[in-house]
Design a binder for this molecule. Structure first.
Ligand code: HEM
Length: 375
């Protein structure tokens, strides 16, 4: 019994001393730091009561101007949130060699498509099983019947021959396209319609642009025209600013990195979380950040803005590879909806918008209720 009490006491003393040291992890390295509250770290309530981007935004506001980045704790694991756009540029582009990796759970042996699951909850594993089986079935069907098409699956099939990709690896690549492509584009479309419903004048201006330009183009909505519609582009960019679908950009440092013009060193193997939403809603870069104002994206305003303050697709060598396609899908949907329907808020519309705490991509917490009238 005495031995048990002595061991427990030693354990608690050791844990207490270790935690005391851990609390100072960032301060001794010269970084401003949020408090480590055992056992949650700095992130109590995040993912349950509030979305990660809102939780991180509170730290962003508190520590802005106090250093290029703020040190946080994910449970007891240190993580860093960059605040200064110059540091963001260093991480994403200039010193990419130190920050090549992302923070994604990956278990190639036991869970082959996990590299791209982005930590889905357990009940979603059935979805993955379904996805994997459907993918495998399609693949085998095409191979068996010598079917050749100009699509993504064909690219993978060709790669399978030249680079000996396994079916699991191919399924994983397809899954990231599926997940990264659909969730992000639908999040963008939903928030665009929401803001257009709340800002009827902007909705009218957009409708006018669409009618005039499609009319000038012999009544045809073509791929080229879709990317020439200036006001539509401004509306979509303003939506991406206010509601970045992939609201956190993550990196992991592969070696120590000294922040230029400071004595601060980001240690190797540090988890980095860039809270895109905070940068996009910082009043220094976007006055009245809550206001939905597509004029922020005129060519002149884009030119005059501080670099690395609009990063909905990330940047650098690991930037989103499907951004243009995502915009194409979302723009096409918005054009069809705005030409055929009028959107207005109703009594059940959530104003201001609340975000779903556990969602991986930015999503409304409640159902999106709007009044819709066919034109
Ligand atoms: C509006 C739509 C979209 C948004 C806002 C978006 C946003 C992002 C962001 C923020 C990243 C991380 C970039 C970084 O770490 O620097 C990313 C990565 C990625 N996205 Fe997208 N995305 C969109 C659509 C798509 C689509 C349609 C696809 C595929 C068809 C796609 C495929 C990918 C892939 C494969 C990566 C990983 C790139 C790499 O690690 O090299 N995305 N996306």
């Amino acid at each position: 019994m005495n031995i048990f009490i002595a061991s427990a006491t030693l354990f608690f003393i050791f844990t207490y001393l270790w935690l005391k040291k851990r609390r100072n992890y960032w301060n001794i390295r010269g970084f401003p730091s949020a408090e480590l509250i055992f056992p949650f770290g700095s992130l109590k309530g995040i993912g349950t009561e509030k979305s990660l981007c809102i939780g991180l935004d509170e730290f962003y506001k508190k520590f802005k101007g106090k250093g290029p980045a703020v040190g946080l704790f994910y449970f007891v694991k240190p993580m860093l949130m960059p605040i200064d756009p110059k540091l963001i540029k260093n991480i994403l582009i200039t010193n990419f060699d130190c920050f090549q990796d992302r923070l994604i759970y990956y278990n190639k042996e036991d869970d082959p498509i996990s590299a791209h699951l982005l930590a889905l909850e357990a009940n979603k594993k059935n979805v993955i099983k379904f996805f994997y089986n459907t993918f495998k079935h399609n693949l085998e069907y095409r191979e068996r019947n010598n079917i050749v098409r100009k699509d993504f699956l064909q690219i993978l099939l060709d790669l399978k021959k030249s680079a000996s990709l396994t079916v699991s690896e191919m399924a994983a690549e397809s899954f990231i396209f599926f997940l990264g492509g659909f969730e992000t584009s639908s999040s963008l479309s939903v928030f665009a319609i929401y803001e257009l419903a709340l800002n009827v004048e902007i909705q009218e201006n957009l409708r006018n642009e669409l009618k005039v330009e499609i009319e000038k183009n012999d009544g045809k909505l073509t791929y080229d025209l879709l990317f020439q519609l200036k006001f539509l582009d401004m509306v979509m960019n303003e939506t991406l600013r206010k509601y970045p679908p992939a609201f956190i950009i993550t990196r992991n440092s592969t070696k120590d990195f000294k922040i230029p013009e400071t004595e601060m060193v980001i240690p190797a193997n540090t988890d980095i979380n860039i809270n895109v939403l905070s940068i996009h809603r910082d009043p220094e870069y976007y006055p009245e950040p809550e206001k939905f104002d597509p004029e922020r994206f005129t060519s002149e305003n884009i030119r005059n803005r501080k670099p690395f303050t609009f990063i909905p697709f990330g940047d650098g060598p690991r930037k989103c590879i499907g951004g243009r396609f995502g915009m194409l899908q979302a723009k096409l949907g918005i054009v069809k909806l705005i030409l055929n329907f009028e959107f207005l808020p109703c009594g059940q519309t959530t104003i201001p918008m609340k975000f779903s705490p556990p969602a991986l991509f930015l999503s409304p917490a409640d159902r999106m209720w709007l009044r819709v009238r066919r034109l």
